[in-house]
Design a protein around this ligand. Structure first.
Ligand code: SF4
Length: 355
């Protein structure tokens, strides 16, 4: 049976082979004292339900999205409960985070209804795999690459991978880096290879027959923050602070609620208009065959890392905040090992499919 590799494993092993060894050979995972809500998973399940509803019933239904999020949250609460006793304040914080997610979802449905360019939703959460290929063209007998797409959509008669990203901030640097986004590049490669080797699922094959192979990745970026409501000054006027973190549309809505004339707020509205929407961003990134060939080579070279069983440490400045294995890395001891648990599966992100 072939060994499965994923983007997360490749990234971990290349960042630091020792970290990759602890996480993917030893299957160690850090114990978390106060596990937080898995907000990304909850948001993803809401998105899936929303867009499957759009596909099947042609409607953007807020309740469908919120219902799926509620189910995901209830499931996650059980996971948190099973990890040990929690303080009341910790539960309150979790409830607050969930409340924010619900607000964000409600606002997103309104935004998506007006702005989505999708002609067709093919599917959501598509899981696929493809054999790793050596530069010589030989197919690996040892490794399969596995991937999970957020969705497959049709825009302007072409097939696109959909990637939903929930970010704290949407900045220029993040947007400029998207053409180099390795994770989605590897997804594109996996889709292409599974099609070429006739290992793609019928739903993907059917979509390709109708629209051709996917041309790129459509990034749907949502900020994990609500626009600030401008305060109302003592004299009744709305604050015109220039650094307010909101949108022109949100500011106008507040003026309308307060019965105030936008003409009196032309300057701040112009500033907000010029900033654009800092809460949602859509970006289409085309990928070509040459790029995908190079990415395929990167995947192959990553499997060499695993085959060679590299375990050397690669200390860098970000170890202190980005590596949960640092205590073990400094000093391996039985006592420190109690701070870690053993994963049952190497790639838990696929646990539902593998179960
Ligand atoms: S602390 Fe740094 S060197 Fe040590 S395992 Fe983590 S990433 Fe590697």
């Amino acid at each position: 049976m072939k060994r499965t590799i994923t983007y997360s494993e490749m990234r971990s092993r290349r960042r630091c082979p020792y970290q990759g060894h602890l996480a993917y050979d030893e299957l160690l995972t850090p114990r978390v004292k106060s596990p937080g809500l898995r907000e990304g998973t909850i948001a993803d399940q809401g998105m899936d339900a929303l867009y499957l509803g759009v596909r099947d019933r042609g409607a953007y239904d807020e309740q469908t999205m919120l219902g799926a999020m509620y189910d995901a949250m209830a499931y996650d609460r059980k996971r948190i409960e099973s990890s040990g006793p929690m303080m009341d304040e910790e539960w309150e914080e979790i409830d607050e985070r969930y409340k924010l997610l619900r607000y964000l979802a409600t606002q997103y449905v309104t935004y998506a209804r007006e702005h989505d360019p999708f002609e067709e939703i093919i599917t959501m959460q598509y899981v696929g795999s493809a054999p790793v290929v050596a530069p010589s063209g030989h197919v690996s007998t040892k490794y399969d690459y596995r991937f999970k797409l957020d969705g497959l959509v049709v825009i302007d008669g072409q097939l696109w991978l959909l990637e939903n990203k929930w970010l704290k901030t949407i900045d220029d640097q993040t947007i400029r880096m998207l053409p180099l986004d390795e994770q989605c590049g590897m997804y594109m490669w996996g889709v292409r290879e599974s099609l070429r080797r006739r290992e793609a699922s019928p739903v993907l094959q059917d979509a390709v027959e109708r629209y051709g192979e996917p041309v790129g990745v459509f990034y749907n970026i949502i900020r994990k923050k609500l626009p600030v409501v401008p305060v109302q000054n003592k004299n009744g006027q709305t604050s015109q602070r220039k650094d307010i973190d909101t949108t022109a549309a949100g500011y106008r809505d507040t003026l309308a609620e307060r019965g105030q004339d936008p003409a009196d707020y032309a300057e701040i509205l112009a500033i907000l208009e010029s900033k654009g929407d800092t809460f949602y961003h859509r970006e289409s990134v085309l990928r070509n065959d040459r790029e995908l060939d190079e990415i395929g080579q990167r995947i192959y070279e990553s499997t060499r890392f695993i085959s060679e069983d590299y375990r050397y440490k690669l200390p860098q400045k970000d170890c202190t905040w980005s590596c949960a294995y640092m205590p073990l890395c400094i000093e391996w001891s039985e006592e420190l090992l109690t701070q870690y648990t053993h994963k049952e599966r190497r790639h838990e992100e696929y646990e539902r499919e593998e179960a």
